[in-house]
Design a protein. Sequence first.
Length: 446
Amino acid sequence: MNIKVLLWFDVEDYATVESDDAFAQLLRMLEDTGARSTIKFCAKKLELLRERGRTDILSRLCHHEMSFHTTNHSVHPLPSEYLDCYGFREGALEFERRECGGFRLISEISGQAQTSYGQPGESWAPQVFPVLRKWGINTYLDAHPILGIDGGPFWYGGVLCLTDLVNLIRLIHKDGGLEKYKSDFDNINTNCKETVFVSTYDHPTEFSCSVFWDEVNFANGRNPDILRPAPLREPGEQTKYIEMMREFIIYSQKRDNVEYITASQTPALEIIGKEPIRADDLRAYAANFDSGVTYSKIRNRYLCASELFALASRYLSGRMLIPELLYGPEESEASIIVEDSVKTAELAEAAYAQFDTVFGYKQLKTLYRVGKNLLNPVDMFCTMFAAINQGGETIKVQSGTLKAAGHVRDNVKFGGNWILWKDDFEAKNIFKHTKLQTWTLKPAIF
């Protein structure tokens, strides 16, 4: 068993100048320990560091990995707020329009490609995923409970998500914090195949300040005319807590099987079956399919629901069996069934040839024209696998449910859960599109 520690920092406080010094002190400490981290930058913060001439900080960034943490972080509307007004495809366009400038700025100033993304605070939104792929970002590093699979890494939207990990630990900035940090590390969950991930994070502003900077300025949906710095900690506390983190890193590094890694190093550790999917694999899956559309493990690799959808259409139309990721549809609509049965060949060709796109990436249609019917993707999926199981030139239209959507936690609150949200912010569309995109959800094996 190998333990991989993902150490990451959200660097965002552009209201409190003293947080710069905390960040500089953290970077010097990391340099001493040799631990690489993933630094999630708010673009405005990095731009201000350049304007303030903080070459002591900028020169040390080359030892770490850059990650995108949006352009302005806490300024309203945040991603969840502005994307809740959009569908999936249009939301992706809007996210890129608002954030591409900040993304480019971070790469320009740091001189590095960005390898991951993480939302500001609690502002999760599924529409970001096609944009991340377009930008070449293949990991999502953060902590948010809205979506997960048994506390492990998972694929969603074509991106490896290192969120909702069972081994999420962090330093509490008060007396006794180090002992708790070490204890949490000593008692991590080690249920895995080969690799255990430990995710641990912090904010430079937490070392310098006693209250989060964005709580001071942006609470309850407010955008102040003038930003106020956060209240500072007592003299000596910043150094005390940074030294606690140093002690923890040294403590964990003494283990033979522990390694500190960055976000970009994680995909190469995944265990992926390399045997091709065969026709008898799909027949075996079809024989046991229970009308619940979700991911499945075939030949030591997981396939998400849309990859299975693509394989079924290829099988039934005599094409090569190559899994293909398709994004979930824009809406969840009931099928319009005029004819109880459809031609199998026509069904397969419709599934293969009819699709929408997001930045050129294929997307399932809300409804597919099959003969006189309009079938939603779930019913298409169920009917195709019934055709694989039963054979024949025609097949009766089947129905089912998107079982994968059960991984989205409806009890997670937006308004009332984070001080920056207005209390009445429900994010209904965010939940809806998060569920629709579980067509792309599957576990990752490590």
